[in-house]
Design a protein around this ligand. Structure first.
Ligand code: THU
Length: 165
């Protein structure tokens, strides 16, 4: 890792452009999510989460959860990482790794984050990890089947709502 592109660090991986990631790449991505977890601002829940998002051109954007005294304004780690990437011009993703402190369970992304991921396509991978580095790999589509996405907005409707509505 020796090149920095905006806030997304370029990850030098052999399996460039492919959806299949080597064990080494998965390990690195999970490690990055564990490092991001250390930045979690979670004084209310005391539940730290980190995420590392890999773009199709091999940039990594990380995120942590950021809570707020006005509880409902808290942001999840995954959404943070995705927003960072999108705001830097990246919209195509290969995978996201998620880390928490849960000892015996793979961290499962919340419903809102699943929908947020799905905005950028159903066919990419989510690595739900445990602190020991073990993981469960699922696609966005598996996490959110029969989803609603951007394409649905332009599907045929029974009638068109007039402009002045
Ligand atoms: N949280 C995440 O950041 N990602 C998840 O996938 C699950 C939950 C955060 C939100 C909140 O700050 C804390 O974990 C407890 O729900």
């Amino acid at each position: 890792m020796d090149q920095v592109k905006f806030s997304g660090e370029v990850m030098h991986i052999k399996d460039r452009g492919s959806r299949h990631l080597s064990q080494e790449t998965v390990k690195k991505l999970i490690h990055r999510s564990q490092e991001a977890k250390k930045q979690a601002y979670s004084p209310y829940s005391k539940f730290r989460v980190g995420a590392a998002l890999l773009t199709t051109d091999n940039c990594v954007f990380t995120g942590c959860n950021v809570e707020n005294a006005c509880y409902n304004l808290g942001v999840c780690a995954e959404r943070n990482a995705i927003s960072k990437a999108v705001s830097e011009g990246y919209r195509n993703f290969t995978a996201i790794a998620i880390a928490s402190d849960l000892d015996e369970q793979f961290i499962s992304p919340c419903g809102g984050c699943r929908q947020f991921m799905r905005e950028f396509g159903p066919n990419w991978d989510v690595y739900l990890s445990k602190p020991d580095g073990s993981y469960l790999k699922m696609t966005v589509d598996e996490l959110l089947p029969t989803s609603f996405g951007p394409e649905d907005l332009s599907m045929k409707k029974v009638f068109n709502i007039p402009n002045e509505y």
